[in-house]
Design a protein around this ligand. Structure first.
Ligand code: PBG
Length: 337
């Protein structure tokens, strides 16, 4: 029957042919490892919902960073958790020079030279006592926001973000990645960086970040769960895709150098559309819940862990993301070498 027809199977018949004809390749340098560093702990603290992931001490982070560099990973993205009693309404530890993430950035940039790109996640939720990504204010004008009578106040938050960006750049961050989903955040951060002389520090915008149920484990890791309400007045609504293109266009107009879609697997259509629409680097964040799902199934023997991990990463690259943020970055990089 198939004689004389194009046959899909011809090019699948040996591993060498499959390798030669693979359209999507994954390389260690495509991967960015998210890391958590916490102030005031003596030992790394495991995160129950993310087996294999820990809250680092500054020392254990330095070691982990060396391992990541050795594995050929492209970069790290840092999240800081202030010590007990140090969270406040404005998230002051985010831009304190001796705040944990800024200390870690100083150490890593000195240790590593240029072996890894150090990306600083820029948000306030790990630093505020209310757990929201911006400053909160009493609701007015009939606006109902995060529950109770408080809403996240966009414009005053922008000034905070600009200040945090400068502190992070000063501490040694190579890239600033705002994840708070405030309107105008890229412009505010760009102006802040330029005003402080950091004209060469790029901004990787979390441009299309959805209000996702897949962030659950992260909130344990970063201790940044909102104390009231949720993030659905600032993060994007899952049904929307055209809106992602508007957010991306807006961030690029404000000066973003690269854009991110987050989460990854449930939003591969968005990754693909964004990658088609723009000519800047596109990143996708494979979030904590995506990690936890595969780990949980693999722990029960329900999926083959390595195959499942590499398949998800390949899918995200195939959809069009050049860079993938993943908690498996180091392990996957070793597999790929
Ligand atoms: C904070 C932030 C979140 C994540 C990255 N930055 C959580 C949130 O928005 O609630 C999630 C990452 C993950 O789940 O792995 N703005």
């Amino acid at each position: 029957m198939t004689r004389g027809f194009a046959r899909g199977r011809r090019l699948r018949s040996t591993p060498a042919l499959r390798r030669l004809t693979a359209q999507t390749r994954l390389a260690p340098a495509d991967l960015v490892l998210p890391v958590f560093v916490k102030e005031g702990i003596d030992e790394p603290v495991p995160i129950g919902s993310m087996p294999g992931v820990v809250q680092h001490t500054t020392d254990s982070l330095r070691k982990a960073a060396h391992e990541a560099a050795e594995a050929g990973v492209g970069g790290l993205i840092l999240f800081g958790i202030p010590g007990e009693g140090k969270k406040d309404a404005s998230g002051s530890q985010a831009d304190a020079a001796d705040g944990v993430v800024n200390v870690a950035l100083q150490q890593l940039s000195a240790d590593l030279d240029d072996e890894l790109v150090l990306v600083a996640d820029l948000c306030l939720c790990e630093y505020t006592d209310h757990g929201h990504c911006g400053l909160v204010t009493p609701a007015r004008g009939g606006v109902r926001g995060q529950g109770g009578e408080l809403v996240v106040d966009n414009d005053p938050t922008l000034d905070r973000y600009a200040s945090v960006a400068v502190a992070q750049a000063q501490a040694g961050a190579h890239v600033i990645a705002p994840s708070g989903m405030m309107d105008g955040q890229v412009a505010a951060i760009r102006a802040g960086l330029d005003g402080a002389g950091y004209t060469e520090t790029p901004v990787l915008a979390y441009a299309a970040k959805y209000a996702s149920g897949f962030y659950g484990p992260f909130r344990e890791a970063a201790e940044g769960a909102p104390r009231f309400g949720d993030r659905s007045t600032y993060q994007m609504d899952p049904p929307n895709a055209d809106e992602a293109l508007r957010e991306v266009a807006q961030d690029l107009a404000e000066g973003a150098d690269a854009v991110m879609v987050k989460p990854a697997l449930p939003y591969l259509d968005v990754v693909a559309r964004v990658a088609d629409a723009v000519h800047v680097p596109v990143a996708a964040y494979q979030v904590s819940g995506e990690y936890a799902m595969v780990e949980a199934a693999a722990a029960r023997g329900w999926v083959d862990r390595r195959r499942a991990v590499l398949e998800t990463l390949t899918a995200i690259r195939r959809a069009g993301a050049g860079t993938v943020l993943t908690y498996w970055a180091v392990e996957a990089a070793r597999w790929l070498r």
